[in-house]
Write a protein that binds this ligand. Sequence first.
Ligand code: PEP
Ligand code: MN
Length: 337
Amino acid sequence: MIIVLKPKAKKKDADEILKQISSAGLKPLYLPGTERTVLGAIGDERILENLHLDNHPLVDRIDPILTLYKMVSREIHPKDSIVKIGSLPIGGKKCALIAGPCAIESKPQLLATARAVKESGGHCLRGGAYKPRSSPYSFQGLGVEGLKLLKEASQKHDLPTVTEVIEVADIEYVESYADAFQVGARNMQNFRLLKELGQSKKPVILKRGMSAKLEELLLAAEYIVAEGNPNVILCERGIRTFETAFRNTLDLNAVPYLKKRTHLPVIVDPSHGTGLKELVLPMARAAIACGADGLMIEVHNKPKVALSDGKQSLSPKEFRTFVQNLKPFISAVNKTV
Ligand code: PEP
Ligand code: MN
């Protein structure tokens, strides 16, 4: 429920009502505005009815939150949230460029790729140490060894990092070596994992499941935020459709739809969204045009010999051209790189 206080209500009045909300077992939210204060009560709404706050002299009105997701909804938090990965803000004026290999394969591979990302103007290094692969015979990632290489590359090239976490037991390692967690498409509804990530303060890039509805994506984000971690970034990475010309169909409808309903930043991954390197630039441009707060791009120092996702990975030279060709589109939406 959203409880709008009368303009004359003071902070101490708000505190008193928040206390009542909390003692009734609901989650209290304090949302001060320029003109008036709004409070939130998250949980079983029937409990709130018993508090009879509608009769309170300083309560102007009580509105229900209509969506199933509450904390991530714009209804409760009308302003855009800016989530920081290290010192990189995601959301707001800057268009964030997160780039790097699908998988961390070796020290020379990661360092060469990180250097290329930095030199071309990338802001954050990605790279998987734990890889959820469709085949058990495919490269599964270097594990902690890979995380150590990621940290080394991060320090050497002054880039914050993000890497995928595929199970609860890996959280503590990923947390100590990287600046952000990635939850992959295959784990979007791994609710135990989401709840545990809610205990961390580090940001989580939550990728849309390949057959997940947007409401399910928002509810998955709600799992993390409701546990206490507000630092969630949503990522559209394509969905599975009848079309087989591409690896996935990049659903850019999702971007303006999500931006309207949630205050969380939304980024787009056109590498997995298309599976084809020649489609990465046009779809990245389209993503910027429809309001994405950033992009996640796969880059590999030698895409032809990559152990995973080589076909959709840009070489260092291609990434440089990519960034140059993207810049006018970023300026056109009044954002900066
Ligand atoms: C990845 O980012 O390399 C990855 C496995 O992505 P997704 O979960 O979107 O398939
Ligand atoms: Mn990949």
